[in-house]
Design a protein. Structure first.
Length: 102
């Protein structure tokens, strides 16, 4: 091969590689921008999750207390229901003179 032909081949390769490099660089820039957007979005989501965790933690104590209060109230209601049932049976046992109306 002659030097002239080698120079032409070298020039063609340089142009072709330059075009490929520009194409790849553009795609890499888009990829980097996409990655940066994902990182920023993840940071925002992480902040929201931390806020929700903080709120849940703040309210979990009162909710435990509320659950205990509900259990106590349930027990009291059961006692009142038992008393009413006993009273009803007592009034029904007396026969005439005492009427239980619904």
């Amino acid at each position: 091969m002659s030097d002239q032909l080698l120079l032409q081949i070298d020039g063609l390769l340089a142009r072709r590689l330059g075009t490929m490099e520009e194409s790849i660089n553009g795609k890499l820039e888009l990829l980097a921008e996409g990655q940066q957007m994902i990182v920023e979005r993840m940071d925002r989501i992480e902040g929201r999750v931390e806020s929700v965790e903080r709120i849940v933690t703040e309210h979990s104590g009162p909710l435990v207390g509320l659950a205990a209060d509900l259990k106590a109230t349930n027990g009291k209601l059961d006692a009142v229901a038992a008393d009413l049932s006993a009273h009803r049976h007592d009034t029904e046992a007396h026969g005439r003179g005492y009427l239980v109306s619904e």
